[in-house]
Design a protein around this ligand. Structure first.
Ligand code: SAM
Length: 224
């Protein structure tokens, strides 16, 4: 059982050391952001004691907050600079957006489940992370008025990278996303170079599906 701020801080330092630094996360800015952001605030209060474990956790609406290592790994693959403007699709708890907000100038994040978006916005506001804008909607369409983005991260899995998101990448900017069917996907990184895209295959992952026009349709997911 954790009691008080210090215990959460200690658990967070251990998480960073054992789950991230010892497993190859080397970007010091990413490690520092993971040391700072109180992950327990992004999960339901009855799960606070588990917030720094090496695992995803349920956040309601059949959705999850990703494993800390995956958050750090995907963030590291974006190579963010302090002046960057980043788009996240799949706000969920708001934790990934909070990490991005420590590393970039402005974060735009889209969530299709209204209850999750509202909850995430409230926590981000309570923590005074002011450079995050939360929108409710189908993130497969991106956020065209704010494009182009210096980096895009999708934290739900589609059958392929949604074309509107590729169109909203700045030249040479990275997009990191899981691609594949529910339960088993590959994490990929794509760079837009002129009219071409360059794709790198990273690691196997298991994300919840991106649901919508450029993802899986709800009837695909419920079909026997
Ligand atoms: N990044 C999140 C965090 O830090 O807690 C975890 C994301 S969770 C694994 C995936 C999220 O993507 C879910 O909250 C889900 O509702 C959302 N999602 C699925 N399809 C979406 C879509 N088309 N547009 C926006 N969000 C979507």
């Amino acid at each position: 059982m954790f009691h008080g701020k210090t215990s959460f801080e200690e658990a967070r330092q251990q998480m960073v050391e054992r789950q991230l630094a010892q497993r190859g996360i080397v970007d010091e800015r990413v490690l520092q952001a993971m040391r700072e952001v109180p992950r327990h605030r992004f999960v339901p209060e009855d799960l606070w004691d588990m917030a720094y474990r090496d695992t995803p956790l349920p956040i309601g609406y059949d959705q999850t907050i990703s494993q800390p290592y995956i958050v750090a790994y995907m963030t590291q693959m974006l190579h963010l600079s302090p002046d960057d403007r980043v788009l996240e699709v799949g706000t969920g708890s708001g934790y990934q957006a909070a990490i991005l907000s420590r590393l970039a100038k402005q974060v735009y994040t889209i969530e299709r489940v209204e209850g999750l978006a509202q909850c995430a916005e409230q926590v981000l506001q309570d923590l005074d992370y002011r450079n995050v804008l939360v929108r409710i909607g189908d993130g497969g369409y991106g956020w065209p008025e704010a494009a182009p983005f210096d980096a895009i991260i999708i934290t739900a899995a589609a059958p392929e990278v949604p074309p509107p998101l590729i169109a909203q990448l700045a030249e040479d900017a990275p997009l990191v996303t899981p691609v594949g069917p529910a339960g088993y996907q590959e994490l990929v990184r794509l760079h837009k170079r002129g009219d071409q895209t360059q794709l790198e295959h990273l690691v196997p992952v298991a994300f919840v599906p991106l649901v919508g026009e450029h993802g899986w349709r709800e009837w695909d997911l419920t079909a026997e």
